[in-house]
Design a binder for this molecule. Structure first.
Ligand SMILES: CC(C)(COP(=O)(O)OP(=O)(O)OC[C@H]1O[C@@H](n2cnc3c(N)ncnc32)[C@H](O)[C@@H]1OP(=O)(O)O)[C@@H](O)C(=O)NCCC(=O)NCCS
Length: 335
């Protein structure tokens, strides 16, 4: 039983990546690794890094302004801001509130959402509820990260993978049959320790010892995350498709979370999709967590990849463990 009054769709997109590039060769100087290994095992060639001390709200604001302009609305028109991030400006206030101030979106309610790399799709599913039931007209969903602060630049397991960036979308009502058609969200908390920042929260407050032990940086069991990702990425898309009786052959574009090319290829194989239907930019940006999917959507749009009416599948997975997918029919004219 649903009380759907409208369909919710993307009215505008935006993205921003910091200018500073960190290439695999740069990382060779920091840890025992090499360009050939990183490219072969991950597909990543370089990633972006914000200047030290850059708050994530600053890069998010640039992406948000682009999305607001693309949507043809004003910041004052926003009813709600949902900010997906695992690298917030502060514990309090929420980064969504900081962004609301930066944008001058005085009317907007605002909150943060933490579902790691699945965050943008989780946030989009929430935004869709408010649009569909007619409570809100314009919702800004942002996924943005400054992961360069959270990565241990002495740990070759993780520092090769991540990058900084911001992506945003404005959601609003769209004609019936367009916009978000289905989504699938999931979590498995039993896998929480496979990707974790152990210290700094209430479970293990920051102490001198925790800092010395480098426990306020990300720690990862790469193989376990890899196995999980390969299992879940294609499946979540199939589960979303099943809810609307759609077949995988009807998907025109897959926008996967940009973690590792081998994970992306495995998802494409599960969905019988040729790689030319799969958008990949992880070679340039690495894994930007919650920012990865909205950056990819915004970039693909600007590369004129989407035609009005195309069916797009978004698919993410991440710490938590979490996964999320969304099937949407593109509603914008290609300009
Ligand atoms: C991290 C990841 C790239 C490692 O790739 P892998 O193929 O699993 O590599 P392994 O850990 O099996 O290591 C293979 C070998 O390379 C070595 N190695 C590990 N990291 C290395 C690095 N950065 N550079 C060079 N060699 C490295 C290992 O020591 C190992 O050597 P050995 O065979 O002599 O023991 C991969 O597991 C991965 O991408 N996992 C998912 C991570 C992810 O997406 N996280 C974010 C989720 S949102």
């Amino acid at each position: 039983m649903t009380n759907k009054r409208h369909n919710a769709g993307i009215l505008g997109t935006g993205y921003y990546v910091p200018e500073k590039r960190i290439t695999n060769r740069d990382i060779e100087k920091m840890v025992d690794t090499n360009d050939a290994w990183i490219v072969e095992r991950t597909g990543i060639r370089e990633r972006r890094a914000a200047e030290p001390g850059t708050p994530v709200s600053e890069i998010a604001c640039k992406a948000a302004e682009m999305a607001i302009e693309d949507a043809g609305v004003r910041a004052e028109d926003l009813d709600l801001i949902i900010f997906a991030t695992l690298t917030p400006d502060y514990y309090i206030p929420s980064t969504a509130c900081v962004l609301q101030m930066r944008l001058g979106a005085a009317k907007a309610a605002a909150f943060d959402l933490e579902a790691a790399c699945s965050g943008f799709v989780y946030a989009s599913a929430i935004a869709a509820q408010f649009i569909e039931n007619g409570i809100y007209k314009h919702i800004l969903v942002v996924g943005a990260e400054v992961l360069s602060n959270m990565v241990d630049w002495e740990d070759r397991n993780t520092c090769i993978l991540f990058g900084d960036g911001a992506g945003a979308a404005v959601y609003g009502a769209v004609p019936e049959g367009e916009g978000i058609l289905a989504f699938d969200l999931g979590a498995d908390g039993t896998g929480g320790d496979t990707l974790i920042v152990p210290a700094g929260g209430s479970a293990q407050p920051t102490t001198e010892e925790s800092i010395k032990a480098r426990q306020h940086f990300m720690q990862m069991d790469g193989k376990a995350v890899f196995r999980f990702a390969v299992k879940v990425m294609g499946k979540t898309v199939l589960d979303a498709l099943e809810k609307i009786g759609m077949d995988k052959s009807e998907i025109d574009h897959l926008i996967p979370h940009q973690a590792n090319i081998r994970i992306v290829q495995a998802a494409a194989k599960r969905l019988d999709m040729p790689m030319d239907k799969v958008f990949v930019n992880l070679d340039k940006y690495g894994n930007t967590s919650a920012a990865s999917i909205p950056i990819a959507i915004a970039e693909a749009q600007r590369e004129h990849r989407f035609k009005k009416g195309d069916v797009i599948a978004l698919a993410g997975f991440g710490a938590g463990l979490t996964w999320a997918s969304c099937i949407l029919r593109w509603t914008k004219e290609d300009k």
